[in-house]
Write a protein that binds this ligand. Structure first.
Ligand SMILES: Nc1ncnc2c1ncn2[C@@H]1O[C@H](COP(=O)(O)OP(=O)(O)OP(=O)(O)O)[C@@H](O)[C@H]1O
Length: 259
């Protein structure tokens, strides 16, 4: 049974259609990346999954008692507010120090418990957010542009950590990104959203491709992959693509990046 199953979802704000006929599913242990330009409805989809937005029609079905961990885009903490990692993680009632330690270990930052949140680097901060999302041992992790603000090696390292988390905990991961051409190479599926599901498929792992090396060097440990999507349909005026199509010669599907 899928953990999350979305059928023919339509979302509109005051008559303005944002998502049209979107269907997708997330199965246990899968890593699925949703890419789409700004304004393509990614956050609306995420809000529909957590029940914060009511669809016009269609359905979102979650496995009964599904535990979801959420890693937000960027949480702003006032730098003048003194708060340690431990206190931040224990703001939720009932969380023990042992649970914090375990979650920080799983997130790859076992030594940060006593550190001030305001002194963490961007990558450390996002790992603490990851640890925070892991505390209740979720079956699904939702990541909303979780590598925004990190540089490329930082993003690659974060993606490697996510992969490790899947290995350690077996949880499924639904990742949202506005980066159209670079995705986590461990993604089992990539879904391109642009008001509707534009195309989907597996990302190509192209660590040896010249384009890949030119863009990212070889220091990313294969954590990033180029993703190229080709399709032959046109979009209406409301849903412009923010990217150029790379090839006009195929139907709706993901193609491998150059080898
Ligand atoms: N509560 C709301 N009321 C009215 N319009 C909204 C609301 N939330 C989002 N929208 C509009 O819906 C469209 C899709 O927004 P959404 O935030 O889902 O896209 P997104 O893909 O997450 O964008 P971004 O990458 O910029 O975060 C946008 O045009 C946005 O202005």
């Amino acid at each position: 049974m899928s953990l999350i199953s979305i059928q023919n979802l339509n979302i509109a704000y005051g008559g303005n259609e944002v998502l049209r006929n979107v269907s997708l599913h997330l199965d246990p242990g899968e890593i699925v990346t949703i890419v789409g330009p700004n304004g393509s409805g990614k956050t609306s989809l995420l809000r529909a999954i957590i029940g914060a937005t009511r669809p016009v029609s269609g359905s979102v079905t979650l496995k009964p008692r599904l535990c979801i961990g959420y890693v937000p885009q960027r949480l702003h903490i006032d730098p003048t507010l003194p708060i340690t990692v431990e206190r931040f993680m224990r703001l939720t009632q009932g969380v023990t120090r042992a649970q914090c330690r375990t979650a920080l270990e799983t997130a790859g930052v076992p030594d940060l418990l006593k550190r001030q949140m305001s002194n963490l680097s961007g990558g450390q901060f996002q790992r603490v957010m990851l640890a925070h999302a892991l505390i209740n041992r979720p079956e699904v992790l939702l990541l909303d542009e979780a590598t925004q603000g990190l540089d490329q090696p930082g993003s690659a390292a974060f993606y490697q950590q996510i992969e490790q988390v899947r290995q350690d905990t077996g949880c499924a991961i639904l990742m949202i990104s506005h980066e159209l051409h670079v995705v986590m190479s461990a993604s089992d599926r990539v879904i391109c959203l642009n008001g509707h599901v534009c195309c989907e498929g597996t990302p190509a792992v192209v660590a040896s491709a010249p384009e890949y090396r030119a863009l990212f060097g070889t220091g990313t440990g294969g954590a990033l992959a180029l993703y190229r999507h080709d399709h032959d349909h046109h979009h209406d005026h409301d849903h412009h693509h923010g990217h150029g199509h790379t090839s006009p010669n195929s139907n709706d599907k993901t193609t491998e990046a150059a080898e």
